[in-house]
Design a protein around this ligand. Structure first.
Ligand code: ATP
Ligand code: MG
Length: 392
């Protein structure tokens, strides 16, 4: 009897047309995330099995891998020896504390000489005969014994560990996440990855108005996001000149609108260069002046690429709960300003007019500044293993 981890990937199996691509991507992602662990992966139809002697580490990685819906720690047995199945199961069950139980058998091997009901009945009877003071409860058993009879082997398992679900990162293609140091954008990135989008991040940096700590904060957030995707890249764009030009040339109340129009233009250009199909950000309807529907549409006018806003309809409290769950919250609340908080006007326009935004931004040569900012980008590969200092 061999102990191993059984991986199930529910939702994928409904995608008949591209199932092979989904499974290959999931395999690649699992291999990347387990690359520093001692393990062996065995593939079978609808399942993956992992042998390891480092269960805790491997499980912690698998529970952060999108596309996995259920994980079990199980045991593998031969199909041709029912007596040994009975005895092995009994010895495993004897180690457990329970008063009621149920055996649930699934049989994908249709050539197996017994049907599922018969296997469950025989194994249940064997357990009842050998352990005192227990009974069968089919509706609400304390111990659920799962038996899977597959073509090559039989698997036994008890507890089910819920995976994080979603689609394997990469199956939906690539997106550019506008990653600030705030609470919302990392959560938006997590949700986009959950639907299979591989992320590259873009961060607008405004030294010396923003500190090195603000940049480190963003890289730390990217590092946490990479635990769900294996790796990602951060494009750091020096935004200082653009921001100062806006500050100098444009009416104060339109500063944020115009600044965000510049960010969108740069994000779209970086997306095109890196084969990304969409932009993702942490905008949430009504949260601030730049996120009213009018503001969002005036800002969005600058580009053609679709913008996905995964947290647009979440309450802040819902975003915070998710940020805590995915381990980005504590980093996001570090008190370093980013480039948006530094030039914030007292009364930003809530309902900007497109024609005015267009007129005001023509007051400086933004195309040249955008071109320079893109040319001078710094690209950082994550995870970094805390070697920031060499790269800053
Ligand atoms: P967050 O929304 O992530 O909590 P925030 O509140 O500071 O950060 P907003 O001003 O609400 O950011 O901006 C909305 C979105 O625009 C952010 O969620 C993020 O996607 C993007 N954004 C803002 N500032 C930056 C920046 N400096 N670099 C990259 N993206 C940014
Ligand atoms: Mg926000």
């Amino acid at each position: 009897m061999k102990k191993l981890i059984i991986i199930k990937y529910g939702e994928l199996t409904t995608k008949h047309d591209n199932i092979n691509f989904f499974i290959k991507t999931l395999k690649d992602n699992i291999e990347t995330s387990l690359s520093n662990t001692n393990h062996r992966i065995i593939y079978d139809v609808g399942r993956m099995f992992i042998e390891t002697n480092d269960y805790d580490l491997v499980l912690s990685k698998l529970t952060n891998t999108f596309g996995i819906h259920e994980i079990n720690i199980g045991y593998e047995l031969e199909t041709d020896d029912f007596d040994s199945l009975k005895d092995n199961l009994l010895s495993l069950v004897k180690e457990k504390e329970f008063k009621t139980f149920k055996v649930q058998t699934k049989r994908s091997n249709k050539k197996y000489p017994m049907d599922s009901m018969e296997v469950s009945r025989k194994l249940g009877a064997h357990i009842l005969k050998n352990i005192d003071n227990i009974s069968v409860d089919v509706n609400n058993p304390e111990l659920l014994i799962n038996v899977e009879i597959r073509n090559k082997k039989i698997y036994l398992y008890f507890d089910k560990i819920k995976g994080i679900g979603g689609y394997p990162v990469g199956v939906a293609g690539k997106g550019i996440l506008m990653l600030s140091g705030g609470i919302d954008s990392p959560v938006a990135g997590y949700l986009a990855m959950k639907r299979g989008i591989r992320l590259e991040c873009i961060y607008f940096d405004s030294p010396p108005h923003t500190s090195e700590n603000a940049r480190i904060k963003v890289l730390d957030l990217a590092n946490v996001l990479s635990t769900y995707s294996g790796y990602l890249k951060v494009h750091i764009i020096r935004f200082t000149d653009i921001q100062e030009a806006i500050y100098k040339n444009c009416p104060k109340e339109y500063m944020i609108t115009i600044m965000r129009r510049m960010m969108y233009r740069i994000a779209e250009s970086i997306a095109h260069k890196n084969n990304a199909k969409v932009i993702i950000n942490g905008e949430s309807i009504g949260q601030v002046a730049s996120q009213t529907l009018t503001s969002m549409s005036v800002i969005n006018e600058t580009i053609k690429m679709p913008v996905i806003r995964p947290v647009s309809c979440f309450d802040k409290i819902e975003i915070i709960d998710l940020a805590k769950k995915i381990n980005t919250y504590d980093i996001s609340i570090r008190p370093f300003e980013d480039c948006c908080t530094i030039f914030v006007p007292e009364h930003p326009v809530i309902n900007p007019e497109l024609s005015l935004a267009e007129e005001y931004e023509k007051l400086f040569d933004y195309e040249d500044l955008i071109h320079k900012a893109i040319k001078n980008e710094t690209v950082i590969k994550i995870p970094l293993e805390n070697k920031y200092n060499d790269l800053l």
